[in-house]
Ligand binder design. Structure first.
Ligand code: EPU
Length: 431
């Protein structure tokens, strides 16, 4: 298994290009199942999650051709409704084929995706939405079976205990675009990734009003056609690189950092007195080198346009070295603090009270062997490793490969001392 060895203390400088957004790309790839005509998806991030989605599309009967340069041509001429457990279990986001299969075929069979290390991840809202659209849904032997033969447009309130649902909104949108009548989705997710999916669906001939707002109105059409679409840049990757510049006291220009997508995050960077400059609509330069002192800030994660849960762990790494106390509260996944004990191994002082991490910042971090538990926790450990004294060994980097394209290569180009090695090359630690 691969590990990352990081020798901390280097200031990162230079420019970096952010890849396509994983969480936009996955539903967009699923949306290609809605038409029997070819679609070309550009700016596909080369991630293990993209490969997993490709395998699912191919299983459903789509032909996927890699055109090079991160572009895929997908033709889903004849497709089947059943998705196997073996493929779904590898990636929770595979649930987003449920809406596309139901929309196109009016029938689908998809294994229940199950839990995940960041906490409970129910799909009750997806099911509720499909039922409102007239689907008959049964669950048997862990498989959800959907009969959509009587589907028609409906009013659907999609809010849950923790706000709107991102993949739930994608699923209902994809089911509704080919459903007769008008569907109104209230409390829809407003994430930029949902907006990107809507743009793609509109290019395919879907009729969607209210894009970017929590009220989406879909007028069903009989057929969708092929299109070309380029996936938006990954705002979470962009935020992570901005934090790399801040934490190492470096000077990094991040291309593919869209200010409009990063509002709440940039506001917190500003409050933390991290100097940055918005160069243009898609580029931001962070000047960690000009930073005199870090200031602790409190964070509460919320659905977009609030502070994204997917940047919470990484921001915690910055707060861990910032003198003073910061409170980091999770409102999306109340247990998403798997990075905390591992940062503790590196010397960070963080305790958890309910859904809040209390960070007593300002300690000097020291390198240690640490275990990645999920994608964003892994990124937080890399950030900590970049600024820690000595060597940090991040294990289970396959989590990072799910969501950051060529992460260590991009970091190395910015001057980080980071290499991917086989875990047999790790020193033996007596724990
Ligand atoms: N929820 C329900 N019922 C549902 C669906 C969700 O109660 O039927 C709750 C969840 O438990 C959570 C909240 O609603 O508390 C929001 O969950 P959501 O459905 O929005 O999450 P998701 O669609 O499963 C996507 C991203 C996650 C990201 C969240 C929140 C994809 C593929 N995944 O997940 O990304 O954290 O939205 O923004 O888009 C990541 O990239 O690391 C990642 C985990």
């Amino acid at each position: 298994m691969d590990v990352l060895r990081i020798r901390g203390g280097k200031k990162l400088n230079g420019t970096v290009q952010v890849s396509g957004a994983k969480n936009a790309c996955l539903p967009i790839l699923a949306a290609t199942l809605l038409t029997d005509e070819p679609c070309i998806v550009r700016n596909v991030p080369l991630l293990s999650d993209s490969t997993a989605m490709r395998k699912i599309l191919e299983h459903q009967g789509a032909v996927v051709e890699d055109l090079g340069g991160n572009a895929w041509k997908i033709c889903a001429k004849n497709i089947i409704p059943a998705t196997p457990y073996e493929l779904v279990r590898k990636m929770r986001a595979s649930i987003c084929v449920m809406g596309a299969l139901t929309g196109r075929l009016k029938t689908a069979e998809i294994p229940y995706p199950g839990g995940c290390v960041i906490g409970q991840r129910p799909i009750d809202l997806h099911i509720k939405g499909l039922k409102k659209l007239g689907c008959e849904i049964t669950q048997d032997a862990g498989v959800i079976r959907i009969d959509g033969s009587a589907m028609r447009g409906a009013y659907i309130f999609l809010g849950g205990r923790n706000g709107s649902t991102v993949t739930g909104t994608s699923n209902i949108l994809m089911a509704a675009v080919l459903t007769p009548g008008t569907t109104q989705i209230d409390c829809a997710a407003c994430e930029p990734e949902i907006q990107d999916l809507c743009e793609m669906l509109i290019k395919m001939g879907a009729k969607i009003k209210g894009v970017g707002s929590p009220k989406l109105t879909v007028t069903g059409v009989k057929k969708l056609h092929g299109c070309e679409h380029s996936v938006i840049p990954d705002r979470i990757e962009a935020g992570t690189f901005l934090l790399c510049g801040a934490i190492t006291g470096g000077d990094i220009t991040v291309h593919g950092a869209v200010r409009e997508h990063l509002g709440a995050f940039l506001d917190k960077l500003n409050e933390a007195k991290v100097p940055f400059e918005v160069i243009d609509e898609t580029s931001i330069r962070v000047r960690g080198d000009l930073m005199k002192t870090f200031v602790p800030v409190d964070i509460v994660t919320f659905p977009h346009p609030g502070f994204p849960t997917d940047l919470q762990a990484q921001f915690s790494a910055l707060m861990a070295i910032t003198p003073g106390i910061s409170l980091i509260t999770e409102r999306i996944y109340p247990n998403r603090f798997m990075h905390v004990p591992e940062l503790g191994r590196m010397g960070a002082s963080i305790s958890i009270e309910g859904a809040t991490a209390i960070v007593k910042g300002g300690t000097k971090l020291s390198g240690a062997p640490v275990m990645a538990s999920d994608l964003r926790a892994s990124a937080a450990l890399v950030l900590a490793g970049l600024v820690a004294d000595g060597e940090t060994w991040v294990q289970r980097v396959y989590h990072l490969d799910r969501g950051y394209e060529g992460f260590e290569k991009k970091l190395a180009r910015l001057g980080a001392d980071i290499v991917r090695l086989d875990d047999s090359q790790m020193p033996r630690y007596d724990d």
